[in-house]
Ligand binder design. Structure first.
Ligand code: UDP
Length: 329
């Protein structure tokens, strides 16, 4: 298929581009390179442009005649979204509106959208299905929820088919360390711990040890980025085969605590580093775990890397490569 990938130079987008390229799709990446990197685009053509630039967007659609769009481009830092909400409503929600305008105008039939477990907010039941009510507790989650709604409304009014993927905690990297998470000022747990191993940080903090969990720290469902990427490729194939529109949670259906994750990073790297226990971070629910029955039964998706050690090892290997790459440039 001829596909447009917005945000294809970023962490998750670049892993999806690799798999799309390996599957023989013809790819154009549309990325403003605010957090992405040209070297991360391993297949297809890279167009450096912003989704706010509707003329540039229209020109790319006019030339590309795409059959599908995969939309990753977004800001994703929750605390930043609380401090600067309009950045999120503009870069995430309004830019999705721009993209949908181009999709409608150029009659693109298929869309895969990157959404997030943050749309659920702080659910009462920690095992989350796709029917769990959407009650985001920060502008990041709200910006994605609004985008989901616009996509659904457009699909209702036109021939557009969509797949909305709600990601849980994405981690790890390409097993050959060709690409990985290279976003500046990352805040995600496994990335932060890997930076400690590499000596980029002197130590790290555990936010809250009084949660209602087995060791008092938060439980999250960590999914390897290549298993998540596979879900995108399968979603495209499913829509193309007439499967229609869907929303899927993307996670493994099991969780690890913050302390368990840090222990695995220390064990796999053989390095110790200082860990300070501090107060809770605002807006962290005790536990978030995906019910993934739907994606398994509808798409036939199944994980290849459901092993925290594999996730952590791939993240550690990538972090070493990435730190070296930065020193050399
Ligand atoms: N966390 C932590 N220290 C860090 C980063 C994260 O204790 O330096 C905790 C965070 O409070 C949460 C879990 O790790 O309970 C996962 O956080 P992350 O930011 O990776 O993902 P989120 O679940 O917020 O999307």
């Amino acid at each position: 298929m001829k596909v447009l990938v917005t945000g294809g130079a970023g962490y998750i987008g670049s892993h999806v581009v690799r798999q799309l390229g390996e599957a023989g799709h013809d790819i154009v990446v549309y990325d403003n390179l605010s957090t992405g990197h040209p070297w991360a685009v391993t297949y297809g053509e890279l167009v450096q442009a912003d989704l706010a630039d509707t003329d540039a967007l229209d020109a790319v659609f006019e030339k590309g005649r795409f059959e599908a769009v995969l939309h990753f481009a977004a800001n994703i830092v929750v605390p930043e979204s609380v401090e600067n909400p309009l950045k999120y409503y503009s870069n995430n929600t309004r830019n999705t509106l721009n993209l949908l305008g181009a999709i409608q105008k150029h009659k693109v039939p298929y869309l895969v959208f990157s959404s997030t477990a943050a749309v659920y907010g702080m659910p009462e039941n920690t095992m989350i299905t796709e029917e769990t009510p959407l009650m985001p507790i920060n502008p990041y989650g709200a910006s994605k929820m609004m985008s989901e709604r616009m996509i659904q409304d457009l699909a209702f009014a036109t021939d557009l088919n969509y797949t909305i993927l709600r990601y849980f905690n994405v981690a790890g990297a390409d097993l050959e360390s060709r690409i990985g998470q290279a976003t500046p000022e990352a805040t995600h747990l496994i990335k932060v711990a890997c930076e400690c191993v590499q000596g980029v940080r002197a130590g790290m903090k555990v936010f809250g040890t009084d949660y209602d969990t087995r060791d008092g720290t938060c439980i999250r469902d960590y999914i390897h980025v290549d298993d998540l990427a596979k879900a995108h490729v399968m979603a495209l194939d499913h829509m193309k085969a007439g499967g229609g529109s869907n929303i899927f949670n993307c996670g493994y259906g099991r969780g690890f605590t913050v302390k368990e994750v840090i222990d695995v990073v220390k064990a796999e790297s053989g390095k110790d580093f200082p860990v300070e226990e501090v107060a809770r971070r605002a807006g962290d629910p005790d536990a978030l775990v995906a019910m993934n029955d739907k994606i398994k039964s509808v798409l036939g998706w199944k994980p290849d890397h459901d092993d925290l050690s594999v996730i952590v090892k791939s993240a550690l290997n990538w972090e070493a490569v990435w730190q070296k790459k930065q020193k050399e440039s």
